[in-house]
Write a protein that binds this ligand. Sequence first.
Ligand SMILES: [Zn+2]
Length: 162
Amino acid sequence: MAASSRPAQPPLLSGKQTTLQAQRLGEALPCLRAAYEQALGRWLGDPVLRLVGVPFITECYRSAERQNELYAQGRTKPGLVVTYKRGGQSKHNLGPPTPALDVAFRLADGSVSWSGLLLSKFARLMKYADARVVWGGDWPSFKDRPHFEVLGYEAKGGDERG
Ligand SMILES: [Zn+2]
């Protein structure tokens, strides 16, 4: 049977991925968790968006040790710079409960996407759900589009970059 003759199937998370989602969401600050759940509900309730991809949390709490590993990337280790924060300086290092989480999308073919267009659509839903939610894609210098955080919970780092 040709793929085109099948009705469009929405992308789904596997059982293991669903368990991991619950675990990561459980690390989030309650207001961030509530905003994510509301945004996810609206996304999955949209007849078009739900067929494009399903949002999932790639990371919430991050240990200072893991933060230092990420900081080394693009500096003393190969790869692109992904953060400007050392261990203890990121909002991901607070908690749990943690005032930051990162989002990606699982597409219908099983691949993972960090599409700026999808992330900006999800960001609109997150900000609508709770006005305290800040999207990393709105930052003027280092745009961190997968990143969401809640205002009012400061890590040691000082500036706002992820
Ligand atoms: Zn982040």
